[in-house]
Design a protein around this ligand. Structure first.
Ligand code: PLP
Length: 377
């Protein structure tokens, strides 16, 4: 076979690439399940759950089919009702999952610098109908978790963290996973820890855990007499094998991501008109994404023009999250606080996510940043 003779310059740099184990490392485990014929409900999901609970130092971890089903199952297990306060600057699934559970998401604004939910705005949005707060650790950067815990206790609200982006992140020296009433993670290919597809609900509360475990399998008891109206949201054994092997390398991968992140920032920090997400100073962030905010007046061109120029140079990008939830078609009728979200609108209209993944090379970062620097005028 003739190898492609593409030069470095011609090589497309994708926005993301999953971390995957070597075939040699997973072969034995794959053979085990193929020989057993047990491709679901066998031993690897249970093993993965145990390893996750140990890694996050949380009592219970329940693996499920996706981050979205994790949110639905957690919302049900926590018996959320009525209104739930969520950021508008998040991925659609945060609110979609709540709506599927018959809840009404109340969108609040983000902090301009951290991109996370603004606690003062959460306070203003609390009504007698509010049952919970569902904050999101955007791109792995943890929210002000201590303040959110205090606020939810004072107001007798449930606190469910959408930690889809934040596996491996710590806050005040404690891993995200055991805060609030429950947390959820997503394990899709763009996440710091991936199992190809999948999600996890973590909690220190036994009842919440048992409810999730019951509901992820139709609410079925061994005698087929369903105790609750559950859904089908199991994780498969193949996914758990991928997850187990990726988890073994996670600390190493996070170290590399931190180095790449620092390198990116050092390459771009002197470029006028470009700024970055502020990482919480009490955090050790596992860094899911690398995002920049473009100030057209200082940089010379706007976010969309920069994205177009990157495409011409074969560099991937993503406008993430754009549009914000309160401006999505699906939420058109629920645009209840649309005008009150100036920071969300600003971030969403000016953000651009650049290629970021563990296997990214520093010379790729130099190439990306050189393109950006040349465009500044
Ligand atoms: C913040 C957030 N919450 C929830 C989800 C849903 O996770 P999944 O795609 O695994 O259903 C995602 C997915 O990327 C996400 O970004």
């Amino acid at each position: 076979m003739v190898e492609s003779s593409k030069t470095e310059k011609d090589k497309f740099i994708p926005i993301a690439r999953p971390d995957l184990p070597d075939m040699g490392d997973i072969k034995e485990d794959i053979e085990t399940i193929l020989k057993s014929g047990m491709i679901t409900n066998y031993e690897f999901v249970r093993r993965f759950e145990k390893k996750i609970a140990e890694f996050l130092n949380v009592k219970y971890a329940a693996c499920v089919s996706s981050g979205t089903s994790a949110l639905m199952l957690a919302a049900k297990a926590l018996d959320l009702k009525g209104e739930v306060i969520v950021p508008s600057f998040t991925f659609s699934a945060t609110a979609h999952a709540l709506v599927w559970c018959g809840l009404k998401p109340i969108f609040v604004d983000a902090e301009r610098d951290t991109f996370n939910i603004d606690i003062e705005k959460v306070k203003e949005a609390i009504t007698p109908r509010t049952s919970a707060i569902v904050p999101v650790h955007v791109f792995g950067n943890p929210c002000k978790i201590d303040e959110l815990e205090k606020l939810s206790k004072e107001n007798n609200l449930k606190l469910l963290f959408d930690s889809a982006h934040a596996f491996g992140t710590s806050f005040n020296g404690k891993k995200v996973g055991g805060f609030g009433d429950a947390e959820i993670f997503s394990l899709t290919p763009t996440k710091v820890l991936t199992a190809a597809e999948g999600g996890v609900v973590t909690t220190n509360n036994r009842e919440t855990y048992e409810q999730v475990v019951l509901d992820r399998e139709y609410g079925k008891q061994p005698n087929y007499d369903c105790k609750t109206i559950g859904i089908s949201a199991r994780m498969g054994e193949f996914n758990a094998i991928l997850g187990i092997h990726n988890l073994a390398k996670l600390d190493e991968n996070i170290k590399r991501r931190k180095k790449l992140y620092d390198f990116y920032k050092s390459e771009l920090e002197d470029v006028k008109g470009i700024s970055f997400q502020k990482i919480n100073s009490s955090a050790h962030c596992s860094i899911k994404d690398f995002a920049i905010i473009i100030d057209k007046n200082l940089f010379g061109i706007d976010r969309d023009e920069l994205a177009e120029a990157l495409t011409e140079e074969k560099i991937g990008w993503r406008k993430y999250f754009y549009p914000p939830l309160h401006r999505e078609t699906a939420y058109g009728n629920m645009n209840n606080r649309g005008d009150a979200l100036p920071n969300t609108n600003f971030i969403s209209d000016n953000i651009l996510n650049l290629p970021f993944f563990t296997a990214l090379k520093t010379n790729d970062i130099v190439r990306i940043c050189n393109v950006i620097k040349k465009l500044q005028h």
